[in-house]
Design a binder for this molecule. Structure first.
Ligand code: E4P
Length: 214
C-alpha cells in the first residue's frame, strides 16, 4: 500500500520523506489555510521535496471554473493531481480533464455510488473520507471495502485513497482491505512507528550494554 502524507506543512513533508514514507501528498483548502502562506508557493515547495502525485484542490463550484483552475495548477509541475469535489459539475470537469491528460482526485466521497461515478468519469484517484463518516457513527471503512470491491468487479484503474484518517487502525484496515493508498496526517504516521515494548526493549538493551562495559 502506498503512503501519502495528508498535510501542507513542508517541514512535516520533509521529515516524513526522510523516513521513506512519502509516495505522494494530499492537501486541501483547510490544510493550506493552516499554513498562512501563498497556495502556489506551498505547492511549488512540495513539488521540490516529493517525487510523486501531489494533490492540490480546485475551489470553483462550476465545471468551467474547475477546468480552468485545473489547467493552471497542472502547469506548476508534472506531478500535480487536481482535487475535484464529488458533484455533478465536478464529474463534468473530471471528464474534460481526463480527455486532456490532467489527473484528478475526486474528493469528499461518502458513498460507493459516488465512487463508481468518479471512476466512470475518468478520475485517476478517489478519496473516501473515513473519519468524517465515523464521526457520524457510520463505519467509514465499510465504504472503502465497497469501493474496492466495485472497482475490482469492473476493472477500474481509479486508485482508492483512504482519506480523513484519524488513527493507526484506519491505516491497518486500509491495508487489510487492499486499498491502494492511505493518506496519513503526520501525527498518525509517527504513531504507526511507535510501540511501548520497542522503547522498553531499547532501554533494557542500553542498560545491559552499560553493565557489560564495566
Ligand atoms: C485528504 O485528501 C482529505 O482532504 C483529508 O484527509 C480530510 O481529512 P479531515 O476529515 O480530517 O479534514
Amino acid at each position: 500500500m502506498k503512503f501519502f502524507i495528508d498535510t501542507a506543512n513542508v517541514d512535516e513533508i520533509r521529515e516524513a520523506n526522510e523516513m521513506g514514507m512519502v509516495d505522494g501528498v494530499t492537501t486541501n483548502p483547510s490544510l493550506i489555510a493552516k499554513e498562512g502562506r501563498d497556495f502556489k508557493q506551498i505547492i511549488n515547495e512540495i513539488c521540490e521535496i516529493v517525487d510523486g502525485p501531489i494533490s492540490a484542490e480546485a475551489v470553483s463550484l462550476d465545471a468551467e471554473g474547475m477546468v480552468a483552475e485545473a489547467r493552471d495548477l497542472a502547469k506548476i509541475h508534472k506531478n500535480i493531481v487536481v482535487k475535484i469535489p464529488m458533484t455533478i459539475e465536478g464529474m463534468k470537469a473530471v471528464r474534460t480533464l481526463a480527455g486532456e491528460g490532467i489527473r484528478t482526485n475526486v474528493t469528499l466521497v461518502f458513498s460507493p455510488l459516488q465512487a463508481l461515478m468518479a471512476a466512470k468519469a475518468g478520475a485517476s484517484y478517489v478519496s473516501p473520507f473515513v473519519g468524517r463518516l465515523d464521526d457520524l457513527s457510520q463505519e467509514g471503512m465499510d465504504l472503502v471495502e465497497q469501493i474496492v470491491s466495485i472497482y475490482e468487479n469492473y476493472g477500474y484503474q481509479t486508485e482508492v485513497i483512504v482519506a480523513s484518517i484519524r488513527n493507526p487502525l484506519h491505516v491497518l484496515e486500509s491495508a487489510l482491505i487492499g486499498a491502494d493508498i492511505s493518506t496519513i496526517p503526520f501525527s498518525v504516521l509517527k504513531k504507526l512507528a511507535a510501540h511501548p515494548l520497542t522503547d522498553k526493549g531499547i532501554e533494557a538493551f542500553l542498560n545491559d550494554w552499560e553493565k557489560a562495559k564495566k
